[in-house]
Design a protein around this ligand. Structure first.
Ligand SMILES: NC(=O)c1ccc[n+]([C@@H]2O[C@H](COP(=O)([O-])OP(=O)(O)OC[C@H]3O[C@@H](n4cnc5c(N)ncnc54)[C@H](O)[C@@H]3O)[C@@H](O)[C@H]2O)c1
Length: 438
């Protein structure tokens, strides 16, 4: 394929060299003459292991050419990858001036082109930027229509400086954020030799995936450093701790606990987090990442309360009360907090939880229910039918298969459903169905 690559910085230079090595014809575009001269002479514009050799090979075999002229680059290629910088502004926002300028130049070049063209944005941008800012810019300057005269997609980059050539060939995945199905197959052929799952999604989701990855990477580093600081203060080997921690690929380095939903609770996480915080305060250690976990969790409960109050309805039914499905354990259950707060707002509440109902009769939780939450115990009903008959608003608190089937069968019209537990994978189940964070 013939491709043009705009911006020959870290991402652009590596992408140019690697695609050329794969046999594609690459035209590199940059405004920095010194970078263009370096590449023309077969040298790398950045310091990166193995890159000079690849660039020299690409230039020698005439698969890499460079220019300042975006018009020529667009005319001579079928697709353009945009890899220019999106640096921080002083106020923290992304400075989009370079990428929008490139979109304007590309638009002008597309105006002169008689055949179609694919514009692949790789620069990291916030969700919505491609659809709301960059495509309108391309359309304005080309006088043409995206989806008909040319196509646009977002294809985030996951390479890391220092190991970027290896990362180019072995990324965690290739993500194609597309607006038309056919575009994904063009991208797929471009990445034919890259050994990684090829995942297709919307442009906005692809933009968000890149931001989510970077946020998580940063969170992991800050978390590990805070654990390290705490370990050092306690004279414990942090590398031994984290080394063993990382060997748990069931709960620690795993998809579990990474599903958007409701607050955590139970007899362990809140208690143990408070204890760690207490100890770090005693050691005069500030651990801001760890310190912000419980406040973040409390905000998720507030969010659920707001969703219920925003309906303006008074009769509310809660499906589930224990802190997670399959248990009668009510200690620090966020659903107990939610129920108490809704009662405090004067709403008429009924609750169904078959594990807790059983525990009211027998078991170790009987005493807890009778002494700690008798006011909630009195609101419990014995069947989902009774629960639904009472409700204008139904809150799904726990994910059990019985609840999922009941909500599906319920139909829609007379109930508003607020789902805290992702009871269904169909977020557009019906108009009155609202997920807490989807
Ligand atoms: N550096 C990384 O490891 C990395 C990894 C993944 C994603 N990203 C993202 O990729 C994008 C590029 O990052 P980078 O580190 O390669 O940037 P960079 O600043 O190193 O390079 C940008 C290049 O664009 C050129 N340029 C500026 N204006 C131009 C124009 N009008 N036309 C053509 N070229 C122009 C600059 O001269 C420069 O060579 C950013 O959005 C970044 O967030 C970077």
């Amino acid at each position: 394929m013939r491709i043009s690559i705009f911006g020959l910085g870290y991402v652009g230079a590596v992408t140019t060299a690697c695609f050329a090595r794969e046999g594609h014809e690459v035209v590199g575009v940059d405004i920095d003459e010194s970078k263009l001269d370096l590449i023309r002479s077969g040298r790398s514009p950045i310091v990166e292991e193995g890159l000079s050799e690849l660039i020299a090979e690409g230039v020698r075999e005439d698969r890499i050419r460079v220019t300042r002229n975006s018009l020529d680059a667009v005319q001579q290629t079928e697709a353009s990858l945009i890899c220019v910088g999106t640096p921080s502004r002083r106020n923290g926002s992304l400075d989009l001036s370079i990428v929008t300028q490139v979109a304007a130049h590309l638009g002008s070049a597309l105006k002169e082109k008689n055949s179609g063209h694919l514009v692949i944005f790789r620069s990291t941008v916030l969700p919505g930027t491609v659809n709301q800012t960059l495509i309108p810019m391309l359309e304005e300057h080309s006088g043409k229509q995206e989806g008909r005269d040319f196509h646009v997609c977002f294809n985030p980059e996951f390479l890391r400086e220092g190991s970027s050539i290896k990362d180019f060939y072995n990324p965690p995945f290739t993500v194609a954020g597309v607006r038309q199905d056919g575009v994904a197959s063009i991208l797929r052929s471009l990445y034919e030799r890259v050994q990684a799952p090829f995942l297709t999604t919307t442009v906005e989701a692809a933009e968000m995936i890149k931001c989510t990855c970077n946020t998580f990477h940063a969170l992991k580093i800050a978390f590990a450093n805070e654990i390290g600081n705490l370990c050092k203060a306690l004279q414990i080997d942090s590398h031994e701790v984290m080394g063993i921690f990382c060997q748990d690929t069931k709960l620690n380095l795993a998809p579990v606990y990474l599903k958007p939903g409701f607050a955590f609770g139970g007899s362990c996480l809140p208690k143990d987090l408070r204890a760690i915080e207490f100890q770090s305060r005693n050691l005069a250690l500030d651990l801001p990442v760890i310190r912000s976990i419980l406040p973040s969790n409390a905000l998720q409960i507030e969010r659920a309360i707001e969703m219920v109050l925003d309906t303006g309805k008074r009769r509310v039914s809660l499906m589930g009360l224990s802190f997670k499905p399959g248990t009668d354990d009510l200690r620090e259950s966020p659903l107990v907090v939610l129920a108490e707060r809704l009662l405090g707002k004067g709403l008429k509440l009924k609750i169904f939880d078959d594990h807790v109902s059983l525990a009211r009769l027998v078991g170790s939780n009987k005493r807890y229910i009778e002494h700690e939450i008798p006011h909630l115990s009195r609101l419990m009903v014995e069947s989902l039918k009774e629960l639904f008959n009472h409700a204008e608003v139904i809150i799904v608190g726990n994910k059990t298969s019985g609840f999922a089937a009941a909500v599906r069968e319920l139909g829609t019209a007379q109930h508003i459903v607020i789902d805290l537990a992702r009871i269904t994978d169909n977020p557009s189940l019906h108009d009155n169905y609202h997920g807490i964070c989807w």
